[in-house]
Write a protein that binds this ligand. Structure first.
Ligand code: CU
Length: 153
């Protein structure tokens, strides 16, 4: 009579331990990636009332001994996010879409230059609050970074 109960118990225990080890593994991978790739000074531009778009800025430091290929960005709280660069072309300010970026030692994203363009923001961003952005690098798990909403000075 006790046998089926025991096997159910062990299956549950096994599944539980497996899930736990997967969680720990993922946490370790995230920690290792955060050592390899340092992201400093991550912030989002506070949105003027009625605006649906914003931009994100940061400095990425490559601590690995290989060039880092920055592929893409992803946000859950907006319709679309992409890598952009502001440039003056023939006297006109333009924003160009960027494909893969190769980061040797470090790369800065700042107002008037490279930035994360975010469009179709669903809820107005709150000043001082932080929002997650996923950074995708070639051959690595996505890196989740908190960006704090600030006023551009
Ligand atoms: Cu842009």
């Amino acid at each position: 009579m006790s046998k089926p109960v025991n096997s159910v118990f062990f299956v549950t225990l096994f599944v539980g331990l497996f899930a736990l080890s997967m969680l720990l593994l993922t946490a370790c991978q995230q920690q290792q990636i955060k050592k390899d790739i340092e992201v400093k000074d991550a912030w989002l531009r506070a949105m003027p009332e009625g605006s649906r778009s914003t931009a994100g800025f940061m400095t990425i430091i490559n601590n690995t001994n290989k060039p880092l290929i920055f592929k893409d960005v992803e946000v859950s709280w907006a319709r679309h996010a992409m890598l952009h660069e502001s440039k003056v072309v023939d006297g006109m300010a333009k924003m160009l879409h960027l494909d893969d970026l190769t980061i040797e030692d470090q790369m800065s994203f700042e107002p008037g230059a490279k930035h994360i363009m975010i469009m179709g923001v669903r809820e107005p961003l709150m000043l001082g609050k932080s929002y997650n952005i996923l950074l995708h690098f070639e051959g690595l798990e996505p890196l989740e970074i908190n960006f704090e909403v600030r006023h551009a000075n």
